[in-house]
Design a protein around this ligand. Structure first.
Ligand SMILES: [Mg+2]
Length: 210
């Protein structure tokens, strides 16, 4: 069934972005001797002034942070790309076992939002890039844009934590919603709470399609 492609979102689906943010803040504060309260204030200010429906643009975020704390923006951005310890514990425990298992049966790809080098680096640093097909790596600044949705292969299934994405994608191809925090009580879409439930959810989708 390698002709079926499972497209994974990165943030909050396979990659624990909360943990990553914690690690990043702790690292920057210790590396540049910045007080964590000052960093928190910067973060609150930035988010109140930059309401971006597609999420925080990390390049812009680090540039503003560099200005705030008189750092070199290039050096700061590079540190966030290169520093191994920032990526410690950033894969959910169910990610690697599920991806390894599914990769034997299906073609795996990525459908993620953000800057391509920044997002791809998360896969490199967590040692999972090899599990995904390069030609099925779709990373866009706004993935719900109509052109980006229509560019997805028709023989794919999308796995994502965001209901808005699931809602858009489902108009084109099947999608499975991962709700790790059990926030959703009722849903019109197939829903899982851990990636370990994914193989079964895919089987159910395939059976329903036959
Ligand atoms: Mg996500």
């Amino acid at each position: 069934m390698k002709n079926i492609i499972i497209l994974f979102d990165i943030d909050y689906t396979i990659f624990n972005t909360n943990q990553y943010k914690k690690n990043t803040t702790a690292y920057i504060c210790s590396h540049f001797h910045i007080k964590s309260e000052d960093m928190k204030l910067f973060d609150i200010d930035y988010r109140s002034e930059n309401v971006n429906p597609t999420g925080v643009n990390m390049k812009d975020y680090t540039e503003k942070m560099a200005i705030e704390f008189s750092l070199s923006p290039k050096e700061l951005y590079q540190l966030l790309i290169d520093t191994e310890e920032i990526f410690m514990d950033t894969l959910y425990p169910d990610s690697l076992p599920t991806l390894s298992h599914l990769s034997k049966q299906y073609t795996l790809g990525i459908f993620s939002q953000g800057h391509l080098p920044f997002q791809k680096n998360k896969l490199i640093k967590t040692n999972i890039l090899h599990l995904f097909e390069e030609k099925h790596t779709y990373i866009h600044l706004d993935k719900t844009h109509m052109d980006n949705m229509q560019g997805l292969p028709k023989n794919a299934i999308v796995v994502d934590d965001k209901l808005t994405v699931i809602d858009h994608v489902s108009k084109h191809i099947p999608a499975i919603h991962i709700d790790r925090d059990h926030k959703i009580e009722k849903s019109n879409f197939p829903i899982i709470h851990s990636l370990s439930e994914l193989p079964e959810a895919i089987n159910r989708l395939m059976e329903a399609a036959i």
